[in-house]
Design a protein around this ligand. Structure first.
Ligand code: PLP
Length: 370
């Protein structure tokens, strides 16, 4: 950055580099947890028809309240077993913007947010860009499981740091680890003045019996559950994230959102996809099967995959994770180096993509294993 610009920059942003996984043109891209399956043709047709129908009206601002979309999102969540009303739903351009709205409203200078790392790297970035102080909590303190988080450890850390906002991520990125609801309940109790965010971007990929924090919403007005259409819904390019919370909390978000933040076309695309929810989620089981296959085949190779409730697997026991990342890339397979020494993260793709990764890894394991 030119020094004149650097001098103008907010002091807390100086010297930082921008977030972003490399967007490389490779045969097998398994690095950003996207859904590998293209949007089905009937949904493509529905999206096209709805955007076409809305196009002439683009001279007007969009429905600022996204009422129809929030109603349909509420119905989608309600179908999972917890009744949610449109007044409890907020939508924005990706769950990243949803999180930004939360931090703009409930964080800010003089306030702190606590997360348990390793977790989603955007949580500290969104926190600090809103002038909120980030506090790095720890996972894997008193649990047998790698990267687990116990209610006791979470409680102790929350009591010690007294944050204004707590981030929980379940299933957690990049580890794939789901949290027990006892952890969420314990954190809400241990931090009586904090907003508690549970980022459930990967909820649809959870194994049977893994509960959603949606089931805890009633009677807990400080709890927020965030979701996205970027992963299971195979709609990362459309940018649609949402949350469920108390209606009063939604009201608070109206104070910080830009007017008309969610474009007419974005609302139309999301509604088209939601009109075909079952079809859009058709690939989830296939992806889960590939995830489980990755876990078992990597184990057989002598590597150490972390059990996953998401659409990716973090695996360890690598001598030099960056060297292994490069060797995979040389074979046309792009995975994610998440910065945990000895570990890499791979998204579960189609059976063919997953085979390409596993074949390359089987080749590399003997020389790259710890
Ligand atoms: C991918 C991901 C998101 C999704 O972000 P969008 O802005 O909705 O695309 C949110 N949280 C976590 C933990 C993620 O991994």
């Amino acid at each position: 950055m030119r020094s004149e610009i650097e001098a103008l920059l907010r002091p807390d942003l100086r010297g930082r580099s921008a977030y972003g996984a490399p967007q490389l043109d490779v045969p097998v891209a398994l690095n950003t947890n996207e859904n590998s399956y293209a949007v089905p043709q009937v949904v493509v047709d529905e999206i096209t028809a709805r955007v076409r129908a809305a196009a002439a009206g683009l001279n007007r601002y969009p429905d600022r309240e996204a009422t129809q979309l929030r109603t349909v999102l509420a119905a989608y969540l309600s179908a999972t077993g917890t009744a949610v009303d449109a007044s409890q739903v907020w939508a924005a351009n990706g769950s990243n913007e949803v999180l930004l709205h939360l931090l703009q409203a409930f964080g800010g200078p003089g306030r702190t947010a606590l997360g348990f790392t390793p977790a989603y790297s955007m949580h500290p970035i969104i926190t600090t860009t809103t002038g909120t102080t980030w506090v790095d909590g720890m996972r894997g303190v008193d649990t047998e499981a790698a990267f687990g988080l116990s209610a006791a450890s979470a409680t102790e850390q929350v009591r010690r740091h007294r944050p204004d906002v707590v981030f929980l991520c379940s299933p957690n990125n990049p580890t794939g680890t789901a949290l027990g609801l006892d952890v969420v309940e314990a954190v809400i109790e241990a931090a009586p003045d904090a907003l508690v965010i549970v980022d459930e971007a990967y909820a649809e990929f959870s194994r049977p019996g893994v509960p959603s924090a949606l089931t805890l919403l009633t009677g807990r007005p400080r709890l927020v559950v965030t979701r996205t259409m970027s992963k299971a819904f195979a709609l990362a390019g459309a940018r649609l994230g949402y949350l469920a919370a108390d209606p009063d909390l939604i009201d608070a978000l109206r104070l910080v959102r830009m007017p008309y933040h969610l474009g007419t076309q974005t609302q139309a695309v999301a509604l088209a996809a939601l009109a075909h929810t079952e079809l859009m989620l058709d690939t989830v089981d296939a992806i889960k099967a590939q995830r489980d296959r990755i876990v078992s085949e990597l184990t057989a190779m002598g590597l150490e995959p972390v059990p996953s409730d998401a659409n990716f697997v973090l695996f360890g026991h690598l001598r030099d994770s960056h060297a292994a990342w490069q060797a995979l890339l040389d074979r046309g397979v792009l995975v994610r180096d998440v910065g945990i020494p000895g570990y890499l993260r791979v998204s579960a793709g189609t059976p063919e993509e997953t085979s390409a990764f596993l074949t390359a890894m089987a080749d590399l394991a003997p020389t790259h294993k710890e």
